[in-house]
Design a protein around this ligand. Sequence first.
Ligand SMILES: Nc1nc2c(ncn2[C@@H]2O[C@H](COP(=O)(O)OP(=O)(O)OP(=O)(O)O)[C@@H](O)[C@H]2O)c(=O)[nH]1
Ligand SMILES: [Mg+2]
Length: 323
Amino acid sequence: MEGRIINVQRDIFCVKNKDKEYMARLAGKMRGEEVPVVGDYVEFVVDDYGSAGIVELLPRKSVFVRPDRRGHGDGYVKTMKEQSVIANYDYVFIITSLNHNFNINRIARYVAITTAGGGIPVVILTKADLVEDVTPFVEKVKSITRGVDVIAVSSYTKEGLSQIKKYFVPGTTIAFLGSSGAGKSTLVNTLANREIMHVSQIRESDSKGRHTTTHRQLIELDGVYFIDTPGMRELGMCDVKEAVDNTFEDIADLTGCCKFSDCRHDTEPGCAIKQALLTGELSEERWHMYCNLQNESAWAKGLKNEKMIEISKYRKVLNKRKR
Ligand SMILES: Nc1nc2c(ncn2[C@@H]2O[C@H](COP(=O)(O)OP(=O)(O)OP(=O)(O)O)[C@@H](O)[C@H]2O)c(=O)[nH]1
Ligand SMILES: [Mg+2]
């Protein structure tokens, strides 16, 4: 039977097939294979006693991946594994609230990782009721992540909700990612018009959340699939060079216009980047953000081990399907 993973609690996978849910474990043949995550489609079998076992992970159309540094102090990391967070999403709603949580670097990072994973990022600025005018925030995000849709909403006043409804086409999967306390679960509840997910107050002093949601959960509302996730503390990057180049396409194009192909954009003559910075065509802020993300990505590449190759197998399947 084919089913979709709707939540995972330790080694128990809740798999949904039509309207029925099964609590399944991984079959022995899955040992050493990529572990399914919420949103994955799997092949599973149910024995005569009603026990369900997952026997195959089906090809993913998208996967959001972050570095897995569990068990390592940062200074001691010699190898870096990748951890799949969610799979088969069409869109990632990057949820950032309009209080202390607003951080343009973090948004750019989520955009790059979402794109690298094969989905479309949409930036959702929540708690619009907390600011007098959302326009400067929306414009700021747009100026950095060109081409990405940015929408300000409030679950309290319902402002902006009509603008996100265009994404709610039946069959679509939308994942909510962002820091704890950003209002992900509140938005799920507001869209559902009832309390599906538990919500709790943030700390007033610094707007930090209390990590209320503790597991990823796939929820179906009128044929649209939403994945609510626990707030991420810090989002590291894997090797996502190509996605950073896509996110900052104009900068990547500019680097190709320098006189020397190995230009370090430092003292070389004929440097297109320096020229663009001088004319103001390229802002210092975007250039630094691009450099930081590329450096971090290159650093991650230097640390990767075979596990990453394993996962790239799924990416290849994805690329083939796209063509
Ligand atoms: N002012 C305002 N507060 C909001 C809004 N949406 C959510 N909140 C509040 O923000 C707090 C955190 O909301 P949650 O929905 O639990 O946040 P979360 O992103 O799910 O947090 P985690 O589950 O910890 O990742 C709660 O006190 C909500 O009432 C909003 O639109 N405006
Ligand atoms: Mg939550």
